[in-house]
Design a protein around this ligand. Structure first.
Ligand code: UDP
Length: 253
């Protein structure tokens, strides 16, 4: 049972669902029972900052059926604006819970994204971690727009229930938005670099760092090339404070 009071919060024009894991899973179960594709995105500080200047991205994120908060940045922002989220949540953990649910309910999952071979390696590891799960198919994430139609056909023909789109933001959000009318699965979720982790090519931070909200620090130390991307975090928090105190006019937080 969810102990979190559900709702929505608006951080600089991006709407986030105030949900904990139980609430999110409950909603996903409803998605799986309902008609048509439902999409899930996991906005973090970086995506919110990018969407300030990228209207298409903002539309893609706000147009998803669930916007599950990802990372410590959005938790701090929600506290700054006085509408706290239900604590730190991570898209990766929700994705693992979806895989667990798929295994228990005999549902199938298609893995799209990552460099060639990554989705296949992830598939092998998923099958041993979640016995009974059906992997409907895999496809790497390096393709031209001209190949998209063929890839959507491949996903549809696999008959998958759930699609994990692991092409990083904003590529995965645009893929889901554009192909939404043609995709025939029940749920599609953007999962960033998660297949690299599932494939064992990238390590997640130790649990104590995750719990302390320091996953970003671990990523920075282990992948220093991310420094430019990560430098948006302090800027993001500064902007949330400025928005709160009206420096950006009446625009919604
Ligand atoms: N990727 C992809 N197609 C592309 C560009 C990237 O499949 O055209 C994959 C890339 O191989 C990596 C993931 O997308 O697995 C992005 O990972 P990153 O850690 O940057 O994503 P984040 O979790 O930070 O959103």
């Amino acid at each position: 049972m969810s102990s979190c009071e559900e709702g929505k919060i608006n951080i600089m024009g991006i709407i986030l669902d105030r949900l904990d894991y139980d609430g999110a899973l409950k909603r996903i179960e409803d998605f799986l029972k309902s008609h048509g594709l439902k999409t899930i995105v996991t906005p973090n500080a970086e995506i919110i900052m990018a969407s300030r200047t990228d209207e298409e991205l903002r539309k893609a994120v706000n147009g998803a059926d669930m916007r599950f908060p990802d990372g410590i940045g959005v938790v701090l922002a929600s506290r700054i604006i006085g509408e706290p989220l239900c604590g730190r949540t991570a898209g990766y953990d929700l994705m693992e819970m979806i895989l667990d649910m798929a295994a228990r309910r005999n549902m199938s999952v298609f893995l799209l994204g990552g460099k060639p071979k990554v989705a296949d390696e992830a598939s092998t590891n998923i099958k041993s971690k979640f016995p009974g799960i059906k992997i409907a198919g895999t496809q790497h994430g390096y393709f031209d727009e001209s190949e998209e139609e063929w890839i959507v056909d491949k996903i549809n023909k696999s008959g998958t229930d759930i699609l994990l789109v692991a092409m990083g933001a904003p590529k995965q959000e645009f893929f889901m938005l554009k192909n939404r009318p043609r995709l025939q699965c029940s749920v599609a979720m953007g999962v960033g670099g998660s297949l690299d982790v599932l494939a064992g090519r990238v390590q997640r931070a130790p649990v104590f760092m995750q719990k302390a909200g320091l996953e970003w620090l671990y990523r920075l130390v282990t992948q220093p090339s991310r420094i430019k991307r990560m430098s948006v975090l302090p800027l993001f928090l500064a902007m949330v404070i400025l928005y709160k105190f009206g420096r950006f006019g009446e625009k919604a937080l």
